[in-house]
Every structure is written in C-alpha cells, then in structure tokens.
Write a protein that binds this ligand. Sequence first.
Ligand SMILES: [Zn+2]
Length: 224
Amino acid sequence: MTNTPRIIILGPQGAGKGTQAGRLVHKLHIPHISTGDILRDEMARGTPLGKQITRTMNAGRMIPDYQTNAVMRLRLKQSDCRQGWLVDGYPRSIEQARPFQQFGYPNIVVFLHITDMEAVRRLAGRRVCPHGHIYHIRHDPPKKRRGYCDHDGLRLKQRDDDTPAAIRKRLKIYHTRTEPLLTFYKKRGSLIQIDAHPVIPQVYRHLKKELSKIPWLSSRLTTT
Ligand SMILES: [Zn+2]
C-alpha cells in the first residue's frame, strides 16, 4: 500500500488555516474537508444528524464531540478520500482526537503558530460580505469602494464572533481545549510546526519546504 496524505491543520483562529489548506489541497489534489462546512451542509439537507445538530445549536449548546466525530467518520468514508485528504477545523479536543486515531489515522499534523495578540489584530480587522467574501481593513481592503465587496457590491460587516471580546473568549477555549493536542501529536511523531506570522506566500513556502522533507510526499509537492 502506498502512503496517502492524511493531513490535519491546527492553530488558533486567525492563523490562516483555511488559506494554507486551500493552497495545499490544490497542489496535492486531495479534498479539503472543513468540519464547519460539513455541519452546515448536514443541517441544510435536514439529515437526521443535521436535525440533531440544529436542535443543539438552537438550544445554544455546543455540538457534542460524538456528533462531530460521527460526521467526520462518515465524510472520510466517501470515495474522494481514498487518495488522501486534508481536514481543517478538526479535531478540536483530545475527546475528538482519540476516536479520530481509530477512523482517520492522520499521518501529518501541521501546527500554524501565531500569538494571541496577532490573532486579535487579524480577526478584529476582518470584514465579510453576505456571500462570504473576506477582507481585512488594513491588509486586504476592498479595492473599488470602501466598506463594500469588490465582487458583488454588498456592504461588508464584522461578524459577531470577530469582536475583540468574542475573539478573546474563543482563544481561551482554544488554549484549554485544542492546544493540548500539540503534545498529543508530538508524542506520536507527526507534528510539523510553522511560524504563521509572515505573509501568506511566505508561510506557504515554509510549509511546502517542511512537508517535502517527508520522503513519500516530496515528489507530489514538486510536480506542477
Ligand atoms: Zn461579496
């Protein structure tokens, strides 16, 4: 059996996980699996699981680990995952990582590191349009008209969970629930740490360089 990349990306909010994941899956031709997208999709399709999740969210509770685990287990069984996958936004806790070792066996764990100060700075400046196009007031402002989306002309907004108070709350949860995963994966020998403070292309170059040290993966990273 040949090795297939089974990659997860960890890091605090604002570290650029989605952006780096997007570049990497394009290069490796593997599916980009975003837990948030899957959960939203289950809810939209009204599956039994989706209905459970909707009830949980409407009650203002957190989605229990067993439900997230069930969703991921099903997703990774689909045929597009046979040649590998990249999961972004999962696992978020040891309670998710333990079962994931049974049904997912991630073999590459990327940790994108930024300080809390940088996370707050990046997220507090983030603005989104109703279609999900993302801007940053300083680093990536709209080019046509200030405060309006370049693609569809719709008004940009700050998400409720991107206010400084909400960001600090999310970071606290990240430190207590998700950060212990670094030790968990370090013990299993699969952790790659990347400094995510530089600009996007520089972080991506560094990421590719570290990944190409994995003998069975390097040829897939150099071919165009
Ligand atoms: Zn837009």
